[in-house]
Design a protein around this ligand. Structure first.
Ligand code: ASP
Ligand code: MG
Length: 422
C-alpha cells in the first residue's frame, strides 16, 4: 500500500516526539508500505515566526512573510529525515519547491494547483521514506507561498491525491472526530466513520482536527482520510465517501459555532436589487456571509438578517453605512449582535428521515432557549441562539438525539415517515 502520514505540530513538538514519529514511519515501511510523511512546524513555531515578522510591519499578503513562516516546516522535515536515519531507515526530505507543489500567488492563503509526484516516486523506488514539508508551495514565478493556518493537512491530502495513495493518515493530538466537543459534552462519542459532506458541515468541530480545505480536497479526489492520535495505536475516525448505511444514522453530530455575529437591516424597501445592494459590497471585500433570512414584506418593507464572522462585523457595518446609506441611514435601521452562537445538528440521514427539526426545537424549548434564526440544508439544521446558552444547547441536543449511545441503540424519531424533514 501507499500511505501518506501527516503529523501536526504537537506530534513533532520535540526531538523525543520526532523520534517516536520516525519509529512509526519506519514501522509502516517495514510492513511493506511505501510511505510519504508530511510534517507541520514544531508546536508554537509558526506563531513565533509570525510574531517576529509582524514586528517589522509587513504589508497585507507580504511575500517575505511566507519566506519566514515556511521555515518552520523545513526544520521539522529535516529533523524527521535524520531521526529516521538514526533508526536505521532511509529517508529524504523535500520542500515544496523541490517536489514541486505549485500554488497560486495568494501569499498566506495560497491554493494548490498541481503537484509533480515524480521525485517522490523515485524516492520510494530507492526504498526511502519521503519526508515533505507541509504548509508550503511555490508559485509560477518561483515565490515561496504558504497555504494558511493548518495548511499542512491540505498538503497531506493533496500529496495523497497526487500519488493515488490508499489513505491519508492525519496524526494529531486528539484521537478522532467526536459527536460533539468532548470538553462540553463528557458523553460525546468518537465516530468510526463520517462522510466528507458531514465533516464539512461540522466545520466547527472539524476545524480543530482537520483543515476544512483538506476535507474539500479529499472529497474532490476521493482520498480516504484517517484522523487519529499520534500518541496511541487506536483507530481514529475515517472521513470517507458517503455510504448507503450512513443514512441510517439520522444525526451524526452537534456543533456550536460562537464565531459569528448577526446583522439586521430593518424596514428595507421590498424592491428588486436590494439584496444585491446589501451583499455586493461585503463580498467585494471578501466578507463571508453565512445565514441569510429575509422576511415576508409588510406595506412594502421587509427585514433582512444575516451572519458574518465576528472579526468582520465591524467592517461589515462600516461598509453598509458607506455603500448603501439609503438602506442603513437613520442609524436605527441597522442593528447587530455579537452575543450569538450557531448551533447545528448534522447528518446525511436527514435526507430520508422526518422529525429532526421537531426534536431539535423541542429540546431547545424544554431548556427555555429562544431560537433567533433557523436555516437548513439537506443534511443540517442550524439555529442561532444567545451565546450564553451555547453549551447548554449542545448538551441538550446531544441528549435529545441520544448521541452518547451506540448508533444501533438510538430511539427512532417520532412520527417517522420516509422523506421530508417535518
Ligand atoms: N505550521 C502551520 C500552522 O501552524 C501549518 C500547520 O501546522 O498545518 O498553521
Ligand atoms: Mg493542525
Amino acid at each position: 500500500m501507499l500511505i501518506v502520514q501527516k503529523y501536526g505540530g504537537t506530534s513533532v513538538g520535540s526531538l523525543e516526539r520526532i523520534r517516536a514519529v520516525a519509529a512509526r514511519c519506519v514501522k509502516a515501511q517495514r510492513e511493506g508500505h511505501e510511505v510519504a510523511v508530511v510534517v507541520s512546524a514544531m508546536a508554537g513555531e509558526t506563531n513565533r515566526l509570525i510574531e517576529l515578522t509582524s514586528q517589522l510591519r509587513p504589508g497585507p499578503g507580504d511575500r517575505e512573510v511566507d519566506v519566514v513562516v515556511a521555515t518552520g516546516e523545513q526544520v521539522s522535515a529535516g529533523l524527521l529525515a535524520l531521526a529516521i536515519r538514526e533508526l536505521g531507515g532511509q529517508a529524504r526530505s523535500f520542500l515544496g519547491h523541490q517536489i514541486k507543489i505549485l500554488t497560486d500567488s495568494a501569499h498566506a492563503r495560497a491554493r494548490i494547483q498541481a503537484i509533480e509526484a515524480e521525485r517522490l516516486r523515485a524516492c520510494f523506488a530507492e526504498g526511502c521514506v519521503a519526508v515533505i514539508a507541509g504548509f508550503q508551495g511555490i508559485d509560477e514565478r518561483g515565490n515561496i507561498t504558504t497555504l494558511g493556518r493548518g495548511g499542512s493537512d491540505t498538503t497531506g491530502v493533496a500529496i495523497a491525491a497526487a500519488l493515488g495513495a490508499d489513505a491519508c493518515e492525519i496524526y494529531t493530538d486528539v484521537d478522532g472526530v467526536y459527536t460533539a466537543d468532548p470538553g462540553v459534552v463528557p458523553g460525546a462519542r468518537k465516530m468510526e466513520r463520517i462522510s466528507y459532506e458531514e465533516m464539512l458541515e461540522l466545520a466547527s468541530l472539524g476545524a480543530k482536527v482537520l483543515q476544512i480545505r483538506a476535507v474539500e480536497f479529499g472529497m474532490k479526489y476521493g482520498v480516504p482520510i484517517h484522523v487519529r492520535s499520534s500518541f496511541s495505536e487506536a483507530t481514529g475516525t475515517w472521513v470517507v465517501p458517503e455510504e448507503a448505511s450512513m443514512e441510517d444514522i439520522v444525526v451524526t453530530g452537534v456543533a456550536a459555532d460562537r464565531n459569528e455575529s448577526k446583522i439586521t437591516l430593518r424596514a428595507v424597501p421590498d424592491v428588486t436589487g436590494v439584496a444585491r445592494r446589501i451583499f455586493s459590497p461585503l463580498s467585494a471585500e471578501g466578507i463571508i456571509v453565512d445565514m441569510i433570512i429575509q422576511n415576508i414584506s409588510h406595506s412594502g418593507h421587509t427585514d433582512v438578517t444575516f451572519t458574518v464572522p465576528k472579526g468582520d462585523r465591524e467592517r461589515a457595518i462600516e461598509l453598509l453605512a458607506e455603500r448603501c446609506p439609503e438602506l442603513t441611514g437613520e442609524g436605527a435601521n441597522l442593528a447587530w449582535d455579537d452575543d450569538i452562537s450557531k448551533i447545528s445538528v448534522v447528518g446525511v440521514g436527514m435526507r430520508s428521515h422526518a422529525g429532526v427539526a421537531r426534536r431539535m426545537f423541542e429540546a431547545l424549548a424544554e431548556e427555555g432557549i429562544n431560537i433567533q434564526m433557523i436555516s437548513t440544508s439537506e443534511i443540517k439544521i442550524s439555529c442561532v441562539i444567545r451565546e450564553k446558552y451555547s453549551e447548554l444547547a449542545t448538551r441538550a441536543l446531544h441528549d435529545a438525539f441520544e448521541l452518547e449511545r451506540p448508533e444501533g441503540e438510538r430511539r427512532a424519531l417520532e412520527g417517522e415517515r420516509p422523506a421530508g424533514r417535518g
